[in-house]
Design a binder for this molecule. Structure first.
Ligand code: NDP
Ligand code: MG
Length: 383
């Protein structure tokens, strides 16, 4: 059970909700980190008095240092700061709620310190899942997923003594705001259209990933790495209501699922209290008023990103790092309104065809694959 956290990405959507859970559970906060949100991190720091506050952006960190001069809080910047926050001895748990593969090195550093990792930052597992999971085993760290689907599966697997009993993991997928549209109908979808998610309120990058279904592709890879299963044993199913958060099918044909209203605080809270459950004031799902549960197959022709992610999942090695790096870059360009919606998948596909990948990549190979993928996307956009 968690007592003190280092919260990486404290100013984002998961960061905010983790702060609420920390208040609820009376956790202490040893470190807070963000990129450049000075006002928000300052108020969080004044509330929790962590030992360390980090802004990745150097100029923003300088500003924060000046503002917190009347406190004992140390302020750092850059990757050095993120690594210091991830390895602080006072924190028993590191919540990785940064967006993007920038979270990889801090996650590995926290694992080496045998921390509990409450992992929201899926890009880390997508890019370097094998390295991360090997490190978890080697150092005896604990990794508890925060992503709602993976938390659902993690909860369903409590009491499963033999992973060989798993036949399939089924990740549910809301389908996003563009469910049912064809590839051509997606052509003119704008940033504003993509940011209207039907069920969840999340950061901009993951909301766009949910609209392209890349999010589900990344989550399939995340689940394969977490549970060391091949693609044939992990699949996605559309479930518009976001009530069933995912399922495990066992070899005797039993299906276990976790159900609830869409609320990220449940998986965040569980990652803090695991293997116990804490009292919560959250409204439980009312079965008598919830709509009939419906499921459908995702359309991989319209939503090419899901198809590409599955191909990379099969290929393994650094292909997933190329997929992720190209996607991060392309989504950034879409959010900046430099490219269209369908360009995201097209640019990722081009990067996958241009960047050579190695099998069994070490960390430098992964970082290089990520760099080349981003370069490919930038070259095609002309940025
Ligand atoms: P947000 O965009 O809301 O927040 C991102 C956080 O990361 C912010 O605190 C931001 O700081 C910080 N950050 C961004 N870039 C950097 C950087 N270069 N260095 C250091 N910190 C940085 O994202 P979400 O909270 O939505 O998502 C976080 C992660 O959790 C993602 O990997 C996402 O896929 C995953 N996730 C999110 C869910 C959700 O419901 N939101 C659900 C499941 C998974 P700043 O404010 O200064 O920019
Ligand atoms: Mg999810």
């Amino acid at each position: 059970m968690t007592r003190s956290i280092a919260l990486l990405g404290s100013t984002g959507s998961i960061g905010h909700q983790t702060i609420e859970v920390a208040r609820e559970l009376g956790l202490s906060v040893a470190a807070l980190t963000a990129n450049s949100s000075v006002d928000l991190i300052e108020s969080q720091a004044r509330e929790f008095s962590p030992r360390l506050a980090v802004l990745y952006d150097e100029a923003a960190a300088r500003e924060l240092r000046a503002r917190l001069a009347d406190t004992e809080i140390e302020v750092m910047s850059g990757m050095e700061g993120l690594l210091a926050a991830a390895t602080l001895p006072e924190a028993d748990t590191v919540v990785t709620a940064v967006v993007g593969m920038i979270g990889l090195r801090p996650t590995l550093a926290a694992i080496e310190q045998k921390k509990r990792i409450a992992l929201a930052n899926k890009e880390t597992l997508v890019c370097a899942g094998e390295l991360v999971m090997d490190a978890v085993d080697r150092y005896g760290a604990e990794l508890v997923p925060v992503d709602s689907e993976h938390s659902a599966i993690f909860q369903c697997l409590q009491g499963c003594r033999d992973r060989g009993e798993i036949r399939r993991l089924l990740l549910t997928c809301s389908g996003g705001p563009f469910y049912g549209l064809t590839h051509d109908e997606l052509e003119n979808k704008t940033r504003a259209d993509a940011l209207k998610h039907p069920n969840w309120s999340m950061g901009a990058k993951i909301t766009v990933d949910s609209a392209t279904l890349m999010n589900k592709g990344l989550e399939i890879i995340e689940a394969m790495r977490l549970y060391r299963l091949p693609l044939a044993q992990v699949d996605a199913v559309i479930h518009r209501q976001s009530i069933v958060h995912s399922l495990v099918e066992f070899r005797d044909g039993a299906l276990l699922a976790q159900l609830g209203t869409p609320d990220m605080k449940l998986p965040i809270r569980y990652a803090m209290t695991y293997p116990y459950r804490a009292e919560s004031g959250a409204e439980p799902l009312d079965l008598l008023s919830c709509p009939p549960l419906a499921f459908a197959r995702p359309d991989e022709e319209a939503f090419r990103c899901l198809h590409l992610a599955k191909r990379c999942a099969e290929k393994g090695g650094a292909a997933c790092a190329v997929l992720n790096g190209a996607n991060e870059e392309a989504v950034g360009a879409f959010l900046a309104e430099k490219i269209g919606f369908n360009d995201i998948a097209a640019l990722v596909e081009t990067a996958l065809s241009e960047v050579d990948v190695v099998s069994n990549p070490a960390l430098p190979d992964i970082l290089e694959a990520d760099r080349l993928a981003r370069e490919s996307v930038r070259a095609h956009i002309g940025a």
